[in-house]
Design a protein around this ligand. Structure first.
Ligand code: DGL
Length: 271
């Protein structure tokens, strides 16, 4: 029986992480699960995001995933620690759930010169304060300015990320954050949906500001994790098979995911 690596997001955003992981680690098997029926998570309460995320992790465990990546900042911010500390020891101490925030933060120390960093994320990620708290532990000299962009996930989920409406909301939040700190030289896209808006974000960003898009760093960190944990690496199956599940209509997911991933994706409904 195969043991794929589970990749979970509230919707399509985690595809931006899966794409990079798949590029760097093509031999492994993956199951992508998008909870599209209940996206977005960004405006939901702590308890609800935790409950939905735990449900998803359990479903991926039932599908024999030994390792699950929460490819969602909101879920990583609101549910990861509780799942790691309280739930995993009871469910199965040999399984692992990893998030996307830590690998992202580890990358910024070598990128920012001014030591002023901007963070764009969902309301849930911003109000959790996960990024500034973790950044302060690793890089106490870095100043973090944050901006919640509540319309950006719906723009991506509804394939409106290339429209004049998207221009309005992208420009608005970029201007907001840069006006509050003119020394920002590094902008973290702290939501896995945002890379799909990256061409538009670049359009409204001065060229001296670097964009930190998470996929690359999360993929490198997973590669390193598997190298450091040969016992986990050994149980992850390697047949280069990638399956997609959604809690919404599989036809709709397949159509949209195929556009994002630029390949033919046939998703199944999670029952
Ligand atoms: N991709 C999720 C994240 O990284 C989006 C959350 C949402 O559904 O609002 O935070």
């Amino acid at each position: 029986m195969s043991s794929p690596i589970g990749i979970f997001d509230s919707g399509y955003g985690g595809l931006s992480i899966l794409e990079e992981i798949h590029r760097i680690l093509p031999k492994y098997d993956y199951i992508y699960l998008g909870d599209n029926a209940r996206a977005p998570y960004g405006t939901r309460s702590f308890d609800i995001v935790y409950q939905f995320t735990l449900e998803a992790v359990k479903r991926l465990f039932e599908m024999n995933c030994k390792l699950v990546i929460l490819a969602c900042n909101t879920a990583s911010a609101k549910a990861l620690r509780t799942i790691q500390q309280n739930d995993l020891p009871q469910i199965d101490p040999n399984r692992r759930v990893l998030g996307v925030i830590r690998p992202t933060i580890e990358s910024i120390g070598a990128i920012t010169q001014t030591r002023h960093v901007g963070l764009l994320g969902t309301q849930g990620t911003i109000s959790s304060q996960s990024y500034p708290l973790e950044i302060a532990k690793l890089f106490p000299d870095i100043v973090v300015e944050e901006e919640a962009c509540p319309m950006w996930v719906p723009l991506v989920e509804n394939q409106e990320y290339n429209t004049p409406g998207a221009d309005y909301f992208v420009q608005k939040h970029i201007n907001n954050i840069l006006s509050r700190d003119t020394l920002i030289d590094t902008l973290i896209l702290g939501c896995t949906h945002y890379p799909f808006l990256e061409p538009k974000i670049r359009q409204y960003l001065p060229s001296n500001i670097q964009i930190v898009s998470q996929g690359h760093y999360v993929a490198e960190s997973l590669k390193d994790y598997l190298h450091r944990h040969p016992e986990m690496d050994a149980v992850c199956s390697k047949n280069s098979i990638c399956e997609y599940y959604t809690t919404e209509s599989p036809e709709k997911f397949s159509e949209t995911a195929s556009i994002f991933m630029q390949e033919n994706i046939q998703a199944k409904q999670l029952r």
